[in-house]
Ligand binder design. Sequence first.
Ligand code: AMP
Ligand code: ZN
Length: 148
Amino acid sequence: MVYNRTMSEPADCIFCKIAKGEIPSSLIFEDDVCMAFMDIFPVKAGHCLLIPKKHYTNMFDVDPEVVAHLGRRLAELTRKVNAAFKPDGVLNIVANGVGAGQEVPHLHIHVIPRNEGDEFRFQFPKNYRDEMAPREDLDRLARLIGES
Ligand code: AMP
Ligand code: ZN
């Protein structure tokens, strides 16, 4: 498994404990592979999480079959949150690694209902659209990612 140096080991993993029922969660749904439950520090009412029951740190080590299953259930959860709260939109976020803001080292996808003008900010930097990137740079970076 790929671990970030500052992350805890599975024995201490809070989401493994939730998956095993060792600590409480407010369950939305579950199946053999994954479960969805309410985030304990919601940034907005309705903020919830989807996790695999098996421990994976993040997208760097998750099995393709598991992430495919999570993708299907994520669409379902996102629609449910949309139906329940009728927000202006619903945000899906995954942080992969401490550098991306991941605090709990067990793969989880945030599902957050959003309304225009709400407190929660998830914004690209101001002025980022001032200049389009040169096509040759985009092509070079596309090749770099594709070949990595
Ligand atoms: P991240 O910063 O992406 O690692 O997010 C971790 C999320 O897990 C945060 O939004 C926390 O509020 C949430 N969280 C931590 N512990 C629990 C818990 N016991 N039950 C539900 N959510 C939790
Ligand atoms: Zn875990």
